[in-house]
Design a protein around this ligand. Structure first.
Ligand SMILES: Nc1ncnc2c1ncn2[C@@H]1O[C@H](COP(=O)(O)OP(=O)(O)OP(=O)(O)O)[C@@H](O)[C@H]1O
Ligand SMILES: [Zn+2]
Length: 465
């Protein structure tokens, strides 16, 4: 049998994939060589056991922490309390980075950092403890390394794993204060319940677009997250930074405030945000603080007769995933989909078709396929499928007229090809369009994996976002 011969383009693509893999391995090697610098590097839970109580400050401590030691409210006792405290940061992203560096600088005794993910280029505008040369390596390790450089006297415990119901209590029990620096509802409920069950204060932050929020749950008899939100929001009502965008400074501010509250709690100064919610609006330049309801007797986890007495399946409870890793839905069968290479062939062969791009206009400005497209953003499309469909049919007819002037309406041979960023919205749009155009003889196809696949499999120079 004759071996299949690759084209020059395919060789280039293979090479660029191998180069990327070699670069990633180099970075992993570098990070492993640097590991010995970090006092606790294993993510084995047993390694996070508390060490002996510290009763005095060293000469080095006095020098390093002098500017906070001379605060009468804080003093030597405050610093000793910090040195004997362990804080766990869950999420090594936009909130986790600023929180970690201030906790490290202040001299918290032990800092745990949990994150299952690796650094990506699109993280760096806000996840400021990671660096360009660490793209592809563990985020929790990257934070530990950056913090170690600022303050090597702290014990760092990076956990490169996803916090879930099977490990959360074992990890959390080793720490005194927990920071929620994650970005999804399932993990928020998981952390809340774990903190209630393990009796730990939870400093919770969030940041999206130009807005941020901060509050402290389960602290000194204050409410927990479930007291305020007994039921999760519908999954479609929740947006994260990769969909909604965020200005990097906003999580910077909220994450710093999370560190501040943890420092206050650890040093005995208490918190200002138990039963209070801070709302930061970067566009208005305003900070507002609103009082929240107190602990609810009916709360299913911290109330008088709780029904949640152990951790549950939070993805099922919330109807949404606890990670935002490239989640690909599949609503169409293969006859309604083409892959990016097939679309590339269509372009090479100049096959007449209508390209429908359902991304928001702001994303179309970032990059687009090398073919003119009709742009109808997904939300606008869904809100008015009938009108969108008739616009598309008109375009199909005009193009068919140009290429097949003799063809009758029932034999239109101009397909509509739909694209979006990752191939999820485009599938939903194709499904709707197929229903709307049933019987009209118009073929509607989805490009599998969208622009992400285009960049991976056809054009490595194509920008990904
Ligand atoms: N259950 C979990 N266990 C461990 N880490 C988690 C969990 N849930 C979320 N995270 C981490 O929390 C961090 C949140 O960071 P951030 O909100 O800045 O978004 P991101 O996921 O890094 O980036 P983007 O949303 O732009 O892709 C991420 O690094 C994510 O991996
Ligand atoms: Zn509660």
């Amino acid at each position: 049998m004759q071996a299949q011969i690759m084209s020059a383009e395919e060789f280039k693509l293979e090479l660029s994939k191998k180069d990327a893999e070699i670069e990633r391995l180099h970075k992993m090697l570098l990070i492993h060589e640097e590991k010995s610098n970090i006092q606790i590097i294993s993510h084995q839970i047993e390694d996070a056991k508390p060490k002996e109580e510290i009763k005095h400050l060293t000469k080095e401590d006095v020098g390093r922490y002098s500017r906070q030691l001379i605060l009468p409210e804080f003093g030597v006792q405050g610093q000793i309390k910090l040195k004997n405290s362990a804080v766990l940061i869950v999420g090594a992203g936009g909130l986790g980075c600023p929180a970690a560096i201030y906790l490290a600088a202040a001299g918290i005794g032990r800092i745990g950092v949990v994150d299952y993910d690796e650094v990506e280029l699109s993280n760096l505008h806000r996840q400021i403890l990671h660096t360009t040369d660490r793209v592809g390596i563990s985020k929790s390790m990257s934070i530990a390394q950056s913090c170690y450089r600022l303050n090597p006297s702290v014990d760092y415990v990076p956990y490169h794993l996803q916090l879930d119901s099977s490990n959360a209590l074992d990890i959390i029990r080793n720490f005194d204060i927990i920071l929620d620096a994650t970005d999804n509802v399932a993990t928020r409920y998981l952390l809340n319940d774990a903190c209630v069950l393990a009796d730990k204060p939870l400093v919770s932050g969030s940041a999206l677009r130009f807005e941020g929020q901060l509050t402290v749950y389960n602290c000194n008899g204050g409410p927990c997250y479930r007291c305020l939100y007994p039921r999760p929001p519908p999954p479609e009502a929740v947006t994260n930074c990769s969909e909604g965008g965020v200005i990097g400074v906003v999580p910077g501010i909220i994450g710093s405030l999370q560190a501040l509250e943890a420092i206050k709690i650890a040093s005995g100064l208490g918190t200002s945000f138990q039963q209070r919610l801070l709302l930061f609006d970067a566009l208005d330049g305003t900070f507002r603080s609103v009082k929240l309801r107190g602990r609810s007797k009916e709360c299913s986890v911290c109330g008088e007769s709780p029904s949640v007495i152990q951790l549950i399946d939070y993805e099922q409870f919330c109807g949404s995933r606890a990670t935002d890793k490239d989640h690909q839905i599949k609503v169409l069968d293969d006859s309604s989909r083409i892959n990016v290479k097939e679309y590339w062939t269509m372009l090479q062969e100049r096959t007449p078709h209508i390209l429908l791009d359902v991304r928001p206009i702001v994303e179309v400005d970032i990059c687009k396929l090398p073919h003119p497209a009709i742009n109808i953003p997904f939300t606008a499309f869904i809100n008015n499928v009938t009108e969108s469909a008739s616009q598309i049919v008109q375009e199909v007819k005009d193009l068919a007229q140009k290429h097949q002037p003799e063809a009758s309406a029932s034999t239109i041979n101009v397909p509509v090809v739909c694209v979006c960023r990752r191939g999820n919205d485009s599938q939903l749009a194709v499904e709707k369009l197929q229903k709307e155009l049933a019987g009209k003889g118009v073929k509607v196809l989805d490009i599998k994996g969208g622009l992400h696949s285009w960049s991976k499999e056809v054009d490595p120079e194509f920008p990904v976002y």
